[in-house]
Write a protein that binds this ligand. Structure first.
Ligand code: SF4
Length: 415
């Protein structure tokens, strides 16, 4: 048997504790809950006469092809888990923690095992996790920790990756981390360098133009050079961002907290049916001053959003495939332009969150608080980062608006 992997994670991960009934957006709402195969089988024979028939009735096996980790689903009733009674989980209360599905036992934790090291992270869709991550003044510094005994169940189905076939894999991830934490450069500048690097890496991995090591050197060099100014962002970029946001709202269930933030954003920019995009662009630009007050108070907030996203998705290697022979083993899939697409998605999420926060800052007349901002990012994560269809939808919208290269996506957040 292999020894348990060492752990890598942040102080936020180590500090996380579920706040249960004090939680403002409990994870038992709005999501159908995956039940792993092992837990499903335990339910069929559990000794609790009262719960067993309920579990059999409320949980349905996924259509053929479901993986062991997502073998069955608890279907929601009135948008909440039907096993939740007066704020308490009846499975936890009646059968104990070992009977919770793996998703419930581990959420909001997430893990991937790379070269024998377990990298843990937290989903931003949990309000308490979002607070810890986004407000961390240390910008989610990662540390090494000894293996837990007994191990957290997040490792039960953690994907396993051997980085050996991928050139300079760890150096690329280290560069991304350093770049996102390089606060001596303005954030837009860091994102522009990252866009150029992702385009170069995309080309290098497709066998066009230089080695990965060379591309890393160029990016490091760019961090020391005087930046070329970004062109004036076209007013139409706000229309693109609205299209990106609304496309998701009109096709899938959207959690109430996100809709509340979205209404504040629209009201903050006075965005109504008769508004012209030029008017909105002027108000958005003026609202930047309100948001600057928030940024002065919480300079780490958006950095932490980016760092947390990049860590959890193994950016820019997010396009991964499960090896069908070993189920849990993953491999990086270099489908055409995979790295470029990971950057485009990162740019969309960053630009959307930043733009929404600017509108909300205007709504609150410059009094945007950490509580408002955490609510926006947490509910955005729940609505957009967990959506199975949003990534391809966003790519289509960018493409139909002429944004195809990573470097072209920088107009979405130009300051
Ligand atoms: S969302 Fe997070 S804090 Fe809230 S109940 Fe779930 S795990 Fe606990």
């Amino acid at each position: 048997m292999l020894p348990p992997p060492n752990l890598r994670h942040t102080g936020a991960y180590a500090a996380f504790r579920c706040i249960g009934s004090a939680c403002e957006d409990n994870c038992c709402y709005d999501w159908s809950i995956p039940v792993d195969r092992r837990t499903y089988e335990m339910y069929q024979t559990c000794g609790d006469e009262g719960l067993r028939p309920q579990l059999r009735k409320l949980i349905t096996i996924r259509p053929a092809g479901g993986i062991d980790q997502d073998y069955a689903r608890i279907n929601l009733v009135n948008n909440q888990c039907p096993l939740l009674h007066e704020g308490l989980c009846s499975v936890h209360a009646g059968l104990g923690e070992s009977y919770l599905p793996e998703a419930c036992a581990s959420f909001p934790r997430s893990a991937v095992i790379i070269d024998g090291v377990q990298e843990n992270s937290l989903f931003l869709s949990c309000p308490e996790a979002a607070r810890l991550i986004l407000l961390d003044p240390d910008r989610n510094r990662i540390g090494e920790y000894p293996a837990e005994d007994p191990p957290n169940r997040v490792a039960d189905y953690a994907p396993v990756l051997d980085s050996t076939p991928y050139p300079d894999f760890h150096e690329v991830r280290e560069l991304v981390r350093q770049l996102l934490r390089a606060t001596s450069l303005p954030r837009w500048r860091r994102m522009v360098i990252l866009a150029r690097f992702c385009e170069d890496l995309n080309a290098a991995l497709a066998g066009r133009g230089g080695s990965v090591a060379e591309r890393i050197r160029f990016a490091r060099q760019a961090m020391t050079e005087e930046p070329a100014p970004l062109p004036e962002p076209p007013a139409a970029r706000l229309e693109i961002l609205l299209e990106l946001l609304v496309g998701r709202l009109s096709t899938e269930f959207t959690p109430r907290p996100f809709l509340e933030c979205y209404r504040e954003f629209m009201a903050g920019l006075d965005w109504g049916p008769l508004s012209t995009i030029d008017d909105i662009a002027v108000r958005h630009s003026a609202a930047g001053n309100h948001f600057a007050r928030f940024e002065a108070r919480y300079p780490q907030f958006l950095d932490n959003f980016l760092i947390s996203y990049a860590t959890r998705t193994v950016f820019p290697y997010g396009h991964r495939d499960t090896d069908p022979r070993t189920i849990q083993k993953i491999r990086i899939d270099y489908v055409e332009n995979a790295i470029r697409e990971q950057y485009l998605l990162l740019a969309v999420h960053y630009a959307a969150v930043r733009t929404l926060l600017i509108g909300m800052a205007a709504f609150h007349r410059g009094g945007l608080t950490a509580e408002h901002a955490v609510k926006l990012v947490q509910s955005y994560a729940k609505a957009y980062l967990h959506s199975g269809s949003y990534a391809s939808h966003a790519q289509q919208i960018l493409s139909s608006n002429g944004i195809q290269l990573a470097t072209e996506a920088t107009i979405l957040f130009a300051e």
